[in-house]
Design a protein. Structure first.
Length: 253
């Protein structure tokens, strides 16, 4: 075979070999590019997933914050409502207390007014009775009989029958039953006073013998202290009144 034919045969083989190498290199390059592209896509997806996860976390955190704020708002609203209810309840209780106090005050004023009216009526009735009594007393004649210079007129009580002096007082009131003798009824009968006890009589001292020379103390002889107590001069007032010290409650003898 000639050398020209051999060279002609070698050239297509080399060209094919080069083409195959080029194709292989291109395929390898394409595969590398695809791998790189896939890696980039995976990285992008991973980054997107991370971003999505981060966004979800942020959303979750925002939701938690929102929930917390909503809980705070709910608690604040409940607290405010409780305060408003307490204030309303307090106002209602204050109104009730004020109404009760006003009612008590009105009842007290009513009772005071009724008591004042009753007191005025009683005073008017007492004044009318006193006027009537004074009018009746004005018609009573003055006491008759002698008037004692210091003890005044003598009365016999129409209530208990006691005889007493008025001691020159304007109101002749009985010291025992407190009856005013000016109120004596027209046809009143004087009751019989209670029986008085008889005055005790002291026994007389025994007489001394004439021949007895020794005298007892108080007989009046020189050296003695004077007359005895039993032989003194009696009080002239005792001849008229029973007891000088209680003349307002004793009878005339």
């Amino acid at each position: 075979m000639s050398p020209t034919k051999k060279s002609a045969k070698k050239k297509p083989a080399q060209a094919n070999k080069k083409a195959a190498a080029k194709q292989k290199a291109a395929a390898k390059k394409k595969a590398a590019a695809v791998a790189t592209s896939r890696k980039k896509v995976a990285a992008v997806k991973k980054k997107a997933a991370a971003a999505k996860k981060k966004t979800a976390a942020i959303k979750k955190k925002a939701a938690a914050i929102k929930k917390k704020e909503a809980a705070k708002k709910t608690a604040a609203a409940a607290k405010k409502k409780a305060e408003i209810d307490a204030a309303r309840k307090k106002v209602v209780e204050a109104k009730k207390a004020a109404a009760l106090e006003a009612k008590k005050k009105a009842e007290a004023e009513k009772r005071a007014k009724a008591a004042e009216t009753a007191r005025k009526k009683e005073e008017q009735a007492q004044l009318a009775a006193q006027k009537k009594l004074d009018k009746a007393r004005a018609k009573v004649p003055p006491p008759t009989g002698p008037q004692h210079p210091t003890r005044g007129y003598k009365y016999e009580c129409f209530g208990c029958g006691l005889k007493f002096y008025d001691m020159n007082r304007p109101e002749p009131t009985c010291p025992t039953c407190n009856e005013d003798q000016r109120d004596r009824p027209v046809n009143a009968r004087t009751p019989t006073p209670a029986a008085r006890k008889a005055r005790a009589v002291r026994p007389m001292a025994p007489l001394l013998d004439e021949d007895e020379t020794e005298l007892r103390p108080g007989t009046g002889e020189e050296g003695d202290e004077g007359p005895a107590a039993d032989e003194r001069t009696p009080d002239p007032a005792g001849a008229i009144f029973d007891d000088v010290g209680t003349a307002t409650e004793t009878d005339e003898t």
